[in-house]
Unconditional design. Structure first.
Length: 117
């Protein structure tokens, strides 16, 4: 058993919000997965991108986002989950008044390669 304690998380600050990595091979607490939380400020969005080497699962904890996958868009709120196929161009746009928070997970021990659109 391995526990991911908050002081061990790795935080990446961005102009649109932040990523907090909790579980991964480089963190030393998983040999098969990467799990993190994404925070997006109201009116902001992360860049459209793809992961050519794995699927991504996103689960909304708080707020309201419009998530795009290819040309499709879906409104998501707390409790909603989406599975994004490998190679699909996607991003999340916070369309609510509060900070959007969601969990992201990949079945790779190292964060999957991020390829901007």
């Amino acid at each position: 058993m391995t526990v991911a304690f908050v002081p061990d998380n790795v935080v990446e600050e961005h102009d649109w919000g932040r990523l907090v990595w909790m579980v991964s091979g480089p963190l030393g607490n998983s040999t098969t997965m990467t799990v993190g939380r994404c925070y997006i400020q109201p009116g902001q969005q992360n860049p459209r991108h793809l992961h050519p080497n794995c699927d991504e699962v996103l689960h909304v904890l708080h707020g309201t986002i419009e998530h795009s996958v290819g040309d499709d868009r879906v409104r998501m709120t707390a409790g909603d989950t989406i599975s994004i196929p490998s190679g699909a161009i996607h991003n999340a746009h916070n369309i609510g008044a509060d900070e959007a928070v969601f969990v992201i997970a990949f079945l790779l021990r190292r964060r999957p390669r991020f390829v901007p659109e």
